[in-house]
Structure formats: C-alpha cells, structure tokens
Design a protein around this ligand. Sequence first.
Ligand code: ADP
Length: 464
Amino acid sequence: MKKKSLKTQLSLTIALVVLITVALISVLSNILINQKFKNYIAEQQKQKTQDIVSSLSQQYDRKTDTWNTDFIHTIGMYALYDGYIIKVYEIDGNSVWDAELHDMTLCTQVMADISERMQKKYPKINGEFTSKDYYLKQGLNAVGVVSISYYGPYFLSENDFQFLNALNTILASVGAISLFFAIYIGWVMAKKICRPISKTARMTKEIAEGNYEIRFEGHTGTIELDELVSSINNLASTLDKQEGIRKQLTSDVSHELRTPLTTIGTHIEAMIEGVWEPTTERLKSCYEEINRITNLVKDLEQLEKVENDNLKLNITSVKIEEVINTITDNFETEIYNKNLDVSVLGTANPISVDKERISQVLINLLSNAIKYTPECGKIDIILEDCDSSLTIQVKDNGIGISEAELPYIFERFYRADKSRNRKTGGAGIGLTIVKSVVHAHGGKVLVTSKIDEGSVFRVILPRK
Ligand code: ADP
C-alpha cells in the first residue's frame, strides 16, 4: 500500500466527511422542499380556482340580468397568464366569455408551454389539461357556470421553476463553499497537528544520535501532543542527566583510583628494581592502598545498587527503634574501642519505609558519627515523632564540618578536609547514599555542624 502523510490523510478524511454531509443535506433538503412545495402548489391551485369562481360570481348584475364582461375579460386574461383557461356560461348555457374564443393562439401557447415544462421536469406524474365546471352563485342561487381547465394534478409556473432553481443553486453554492472551507480548515488543522509530530520525530532521531540537549520549546495547543512533547523532553533530559552521571562517574572513579594505584605502582617498582627493601612496613602500605581500592569498589557497587533500587522501594511497616538498636549493637566494637557514649532518645510509631534502605541510611550516619568523633565522645540518636513525619537525628560532639564544606558533603566522592580523611578510608559516598535513599522516600536530610563542636544530621521521613 502506498504510504500517505498524516497531513494528507487528515485533510482527505475531513474533506470526505464534509462532502458526504453536504451531499446528504442537499439531497434530503431537495426531496423535502420538493415534497412540501408540491403540496403548497396544489393548495395554491385550489385557492386560485376558488378565487376565480368567487370573483366571477360577483360580475353578474341580478337587477339588469347582465354580466360585466370587461371585468370577466380582465379576470380571464389574468387567469390565462397564470395557466388557467376559463369559459363562462350563463345558467342556461349561453357563452358569456371564452378564453379560447378570445385568443386561441395565446391559449394554445400557454397550454403548450406548461405541458412541455411539466413533462420535461416531472415526466412521472403523467399530467394533462383537464376541465372542471363550477357553479357561479349569488347567495344560494346559481347564476352561471365556469369551466376552468388547467394542467393537473398540479403544475408549476415559470416563477415556481425559477424559485426551485434558485433554491438548488443556493444549496449547491453552500455545498461548494462548505467543501472549500472544509478542505482549507482540514489542511490548516492537519498542518497544526502534524508540525509538532514531525518536529518530535526529528527530535527523537537527534536524541538517538546522541544530542541529549535538544528540547521542544513552547506548546502545541493540543493536550495529547503536549503530553507527547513533554515525555520526549523528559526522555532527553533524563538521558542528558544519565550521560552527565556516567561522565562524572568515569572521571571520579579514575581520579579516585589514580592515587592508590600510583602509590602501589611506584612502591612495587622500587622494590622490584631493588631500590627499596620489601619490608613488612612497605608491603603493609601497599596492602592498605589495595584495601582502599577494594572499599571504593564496594562503595561504588552499593551506590549503583541504591540508585537503581530506589526506583522500586520495598515499603513495609517498620519499627525504627528496633532497627536503631540492631545497628548500635553491630557497632559495639567500634563504640567500645573509642569509649563512646551512645544513647537512643525518644520513641516512634511504626512507619512505612523500605527497611533495608533506611537501615543503610542509619548505618552510614552512625558510622560517620563514630568515625568523626574522638575518643570518649558522645553520640545521641533522637527520635521525634509527629502525625505527618518522623525525624531521626544523629548528633555527635566530634570534629564537625566547616561552613564552607557543608554544602558539598552530600556530593558523590566529596570528603571534607581530604588529607584528614585519607586515614579513615571513606570514599565520600556514604552521605550520597543517605540523600538518595531519603529522597526516594519523599523525605529530606538536613545538617548543621560546627568545627570542633560536632554535627547534627536530621533525616525527615514523611508519613503517607
Ligand atoms: P566518607 O566515606 O568520607 O565518610 P561521606 O559521604 O559519608 O563520606 O561523608 C562525606 C564527608 O562529610 C566526610 O568525608 C566527612 O568529612 C564529612 N562528614 C560526614 N559526617 C560527618 C560527621 N558526623 N562529622 C564530621 N564530618 C562528617
């Protein structure tokens, strides 16, 4: 099958629908008008003969027993022009006025004209000239007789035909004008609908070729098309973001790997070339760097998992206090080694969250608090429950974070005071995971901190 453009198909469909509608309206109105018109004409003819009879009746003067032939002549001639041939007789049969006697040629011509017109236009009605006699009465007395002959069962005068022709011309013109407008409006509509579709098609092609910055500006004026356009725009921006994340991740990972790999590389090279003795100390340093890389890879795996899994949270009713107790138990050794004072304050009703993901959030926050709080420090985990949300605070009196660094700590691979943190081994991913999970739950994480005084991390989870 030959493919047609959407624009052509829409224009043709609209034009076809209008053509059928106009044709149907024309045919139906023609039939109806013709039908009604015939009834009207038949009624008119009945009225006309009654008028002729009544006007003629008045032309007899009973006192003088005479007929006003001048008036009868006028009435007869008018009737003749209208297609009625009349003959007037006195009651005893004497002729008073006879159209045929008066002007035979005109009568024949009128009859011929009407017959020809009617047979041409209405051959089916098999009409012919017929005569009918009517008594001319004054009161109850018949004073004469009139014989009226006309083309029956009905006939249309020249004017009637002209009227019908004019009507048909108007209908045909209305049809033609509507068709023209239909084609024009159809074409304009089709163009309006097709333009954004063609544009989005071109856009998707460009997106497929890797141009993720492209966007459809403005509105189409059609709800469904606007939805299509905004989906394409979203698709482009999502791909753009993912592309950004991919590039950022590649550069971050290579940056993070470069330092430990260089250290290991130079150490081992020096030992192979005999510049350095392979002492336990040096091998331990290499092992630590390898450990750092292993931890980094683990963190990356976890980050990747969290960002993907956030799309499908496994929500259940969770008792947060129980989760916190399990976590603090797991950190028992670290807490004991640093002689930290950890307390859980407040209570909370069960909340609908993904238990595993929220546990990860609390593990990351508590492990940071333990990492960045010196020996004999204090850590409080405070629960604040209300109808609309649950707030979990992890508060420590540790080393704190400087004001300049606070805005960046949730960013991937960001470590405040890098030299200070190299020893701790963190890759700067823990808080990125915290933020990502809390956001996936529709909540938020806030932080306040002061250098050498401590930090407070606040996780606010909405109750849905
Ligand atoms: P890391 O693995 O390095 O701990 P995070 O993403 O968990 O990475 O944290 C980012 C940075 O924020 C850390 O390097 C640290 O400097 C800072 N930070 C996080 N939590 C605390 C805290 N409780 N006290 C002080 N600094 C913190």
